[in-house]
Design a protein around this ligand. Structure first.
Ligand code: FAD
Length: 425
């Protein structure tokens, strides 16, 4: 009997367990999780806070009991503190050690809370876990806060801004970088998103690095910035990025960068030890190098591939592609590809009308490097498929049907031409 341990139980861990059970009805599956609840979806936290979904919807795969019945797994509510790579043995917080034929690491990532004075004050919060969502919802429902400062103008911060604005809080968004969404947005795109936020009453200030936070006599909080600027608010969200949960693997012999390095089979340098989801760096289809792309679809698909392979199968994951969509306050920002690969010598495209702003970069070899679209997500599905096809097959042109659908959604012919035009089969 194949014995398999899954460490961490989020979207990646659940999909690993499911794939194993589908392939092998006999395998022993031991799940280790530091949370006693079912796997939650971090992406849904802010939807729960704003009231779009009920609490149970944050747990899309059901409770631990339901999952154990569905997949016949053993569940241990324990934190794994070490992995002995050579022996394929895991160590838990109660000192127990157990060896397995295969291990799948799906420990995800955590919101960064650096050791800056004041981050432990009441009213300072982060957004990652189900507990974080419950904290913010209670705070907003209590009507105690009238103002909020969100530090970090990226994918998570923007969703917190949406929650606080919708709850009626006067909201300020600050970021240490020169513009919002710095890792994905061209400056021109970012300025448009900023203008939109400002039209909704959000104050936005970039180039502001946090120094520390102090509590005032009236209980409110003041963020003191390195520039000397001060931002006062009743509550402060820290949304400055994530750290992969890999510290416990320090002496494991498993190759790591910031995350666990895996190949296309999601296997580490140690045969029989796999990693998937936010804790790993798999091979980026655009650059060919290992890169962490922490998104929900990756977590699920990578987990499934790791599960199949741990159960004796032979699958590869080749869709590690930087694609992000932020929907906030009825506005969309879509980013495809790696902005860091762009250079001024590339071919550039820019277009704007009342529906879309589009900025795109194409390499001299015709490959699309990075595309920003703001305003509307109408073409996300169509464009995303084409972008992925371009990366995998090297073919960026549209078939007639897809081109017509793009045109129907208001996309200019010039953009279709820039992407590779129409191919008549
Ligand atoms: C606010 C927010 C918005 C997001 N929006 C989007 C979006 O729009 N689109 C998108 O695609 N993605 C989005 N994401 C990202 C997406 O949610 C994650 O990429 C995905 O959930 C990662 O799943 P995972 O299973 O790898 O990790 P996680 O969900 O982090 O699960 C890992 C689990 O392992 C546990 N664990 C950690 N260490 C140990 C240990 N040593 N022992 C035992 N258990 C351990 C953790 O507690 C956790 O329960 C968003 C995330 C956030 C926070």
């Amino acid at each position: 009997m194949n014995t398999i341990a899954i460490i961490g139980f989020g979207g990646a861990g659940y999909n690993a367990a499911r794939a194993i059970r589908k392939k092998d009805s006999e395998a022993l599956i031991d799940v280790y999780s530091d949370s006693a609840k079912g796997p939650y979806c971090p992406m849904l936290t802010t939807y729960f806070v704003k009231g779009s979904i009920p609490l149970e919807a944050m747990y899309p795969f059901g409770t631990i009991d339901e999952i154990q019945k569905e997949l016949n797994t053993n569940f241990y509510n324990k934190t794994v503190t070490a992995v002995k790579g050579a022996e394929k043995c895991i160590v838990t917080d109660d000192g127990t050690e157990k060896a397995y034929d295969n291990i799948i690491i799906t420990t995800g990532s955590s919101a960064i809370m650096p050791p800056i004075p004041g981050l432990d004050l009441p009213g300072v919060f982060k957004m990652r876990t189900d507990a974080d969502a419950l904290y913010l919802k209670e705070l907003l429902d209590s009507d105690k806060a009238r103002t909020c400062l969100v530090i970090g103008a990226s994918w998570v911060g923007i969703k917190v801004v949406e929650d606080t604005v919708m709850a009626g809080l006067e909201t300020t968004l600050v970021d240490g970088a020169d513009w919002m969404f710095i890792t994905a947005a061209f400056e021109e795109t970012s300025l448009r998103a900023q203008k939109y936020l400002e039209s909704k009453g959000v104050r936005v200030s970039c180039g502001e690095m946090l120094d520390h936070i102090e509590q005032e006599y009236d209980g409110s909080l003041t963020a003191l910035m390195k520039s000397g600027d001060r931002f006062n608010a009743d509550c402060i969200a820290i949304c400055i990025g994530v750290r992969m949960n890999t510290g416990f693997l320090k002496d494991s012999g498993i190759a790591m960068n910031r995350g666990v390095i895996v190949d296309k089979k999601m296997q580490t340098n140690i045969p029989g030890i796999y990693a998937a989801g936010d804790c790993c760096e798999s091979i980026d289809s655009q650059s060919g190098t290992n890169m962490n792309i922490g998104v929900w679809a990756n977590a699920q698909q990578q987990g499934a591939v790791a599960g199949v392979n741990a159960a004796g199968g032979n699958q590869e994951f080749d869709a590690n592609i930087l694609i992000n969509l932020a929907h906030f306050l009825d506005y969309d920002f879509l980013a495809y590809g790696n902005i860091r690969l762009c250079s001024p010598d590339d071919d550039w495209y820019e277009y704007e009308d009342e529906k879309y702003y589009i900025k795109a970069c194409r390499g001299q070899d015709g490959s699309i490097k990075c595309v920003n679209i703001t305003g509307s997500a109408d073409i996300n599905g169509l464009f995303k498929n084409n972008f992925i096809k371009g990366l995998i097959e090297g073919e960026t042109s549209f078939n007639v049907k897809a081109a017509c659908q793009m045109r129907d959604k208001g996309v200019p012919q010039s953009f279709i031409d820039f992407l590779g035009g129409i191919k008549i089969d």
